[in-house]
Design a protein. Structure first.
Length: 418
């Protein structure tokens, strides 16, 4: 135990130097401003901005860690390395691409922080990218990669059905979900008007130099309860479809997995995360390196955690992850000033607040993915940056960021301003 404590004491802190992101463009072909761009260009835009803003010598970058969920076609191979090259980084800056579904953006940052805290590396760029407009057109695989043996043990439903299962089981009515969703839109609109995102937002350009997008494209600031009330549930029809090759429908498999539960379909397009394109990234450095290069830290990593939960529910792990994070940090929920909990569906942050006994005044204070959109692999990095910006705007100290991920997982991180 003494040896362990000595090693822990010798560990370096991981400093967050900065965080930036692209605007989120509507992720539907023919509609979004970013849909014709290569995903490497989006990620390279973020990497280049971080390097230029802080005059980083890219020969000194130990690694570039990037999350991308749908690693197919244009997003395949090692998009981290290719994006670094596209950003004109030194060829010495290697790359690593990670996959944790929706949670990958947080995991990329946590891996970078862990490498720094171990003392093995000093300077890393980390983040994520997802072109949902492209991914949805090429990714036809199920979350279990069509493994019937695994499917027999853990039937993985679509995330929308899982959201409705949780809402039905936990008693979150459609009215409550809609109220939350309208508030997300209102908060996002207020944040944009106040310039809350300006420090982190980086415009994206076409290869010919023409501006592609310099503002959030997805939000619908005029959304009302009445407007959402007119939307039909999005996932009811899925219950009649075949559940892969099992011979059962989704509805029959749900009834078999959750006996006695009457599922009411309460989520719709207005209470689900938006389909968007985007990229986000951070610089993570050791104190030794940062001081030697005159890099001023904005925050440090206090705790990191990963947590699994029932894969059939998919979306329920953030609560357990947050509790694990707080235990690691020796903190309570009240010690955290701000929370970012990804709005995959309205029920996710609502259940989080209820189970953690946290006021909505601390959670997603600038809205979330219902209003702004959810570029799967990028969102986690974006949320960390959003939390950091808001800590500084409000002169607060600590933030906890977590999100659900397919397979019933949740990564998380606690950061503290410096």
């Amino acid at each position: 135990m003494l040896v362990f404590r000595q090693k822990r004491k010798a560990m370096s802190e991981a400093w967050i130097i900065d965080a930036v992101r692209t605007p989120r463009g509507i992720g539907k072909p023919g509609r979004g401003a970013l849909v014709d761009l290569h995903p490497q260009r989006l990620m390279a835009t973020v990497l280049r901005e971080l390097a230029d803003r802080h005059e980083v010598n890219t020969q000194e970058i130990d690694d570039v860690i990037v999350s991308c969920s749908t690693q197919v076609g244009k997003q395949s191979r090692c998009i981290a390395r290719m994006s670094a090259l596209a950003a004109d980084f030194s060829i010495k800056a290697s790359g690593l691409t990670v996959q944790r579904f929706c949670g990958g953006g947080i995991s990329a940052v946590n891996l970078a922080a862990a490498n720094v805290m171990s003392g093995m590396e000093d300077l890393l760029f980390a983040g994520g990218v997802e072109m949902m407009s492209y991914a949805r057109s090429v990714d036809k695989a199920s979350a279990d990669a069509d493994n019937p043996e695994l499917r027999a043990k853990h039937p993985l439903f679509t995330v929308g059905i899982a959201a409705d299962i949780i809402a039905s089981e936990e008693g979150f009515s459609r009215e409550l979900l809609d109220e939350y969703s309208v508030e997300s839109q209102r908060r996002a609109a207020a944040a944009m008007q106040a310039g809350a995102f300006d420090r982190s937002l980086v415009p994206v350009y076409h290869p010919d130099g023409k501006l592609a997008l310099d503002r959030e494209e997805y939000p619908r600031p005029g959304t009302t309860i009445d407007a959402l009330g007119e939307l039909q549930p999005s996932f009811a029809d899925t219950m009649e479809l075949p559940f892969h090759d099992t011979g059962l429908t989704y509805g029959e498999m749900v009834a078999q997995t959750f006996p006695g539960l009457e599922v009411e379909h309460r989520h719709h397009a207005g209470s689900s995360s938006g389909v968007v394109d985007g990229a986000g990234g951070l610089i993570v450095a050791s104190p030794r390196y940062a001081k030697s290069r005159g890099l001023k830290p904005r925050a440090k990593v206090i705790a990191m955690a990963n947590m699994g939960h029932s894969p059939e529910y998919i979306l329920n792990a953030p609560v357990d992850c947050a509790r694990k994070l707080l235990a690691k940090a020796g903190m309570t929920a009240d010690d955290i000033d701000l929370y970012e909990v990804n709005e995959a569906f309205a029920v996710v942050p609502m259940k989080f607040m209820r189970d953690m006994q946290i006021s909505h005044g601390k959670v997603n204070v600038n809205g979330g993915a219902i209003a702004l959109g959810h570029p799967i692999g990028a969102t986690g990095a974006m949320l960390i940056g959003t939390a950091l910006d808001e800590l500084e705007r409000r002169d607060l100290n600590t933030a906890l960021v977590t999100m659900c991920a397919a397979g019933g997982m949740a990564p998380g991180v606690i950061i503290e301003r410096i």
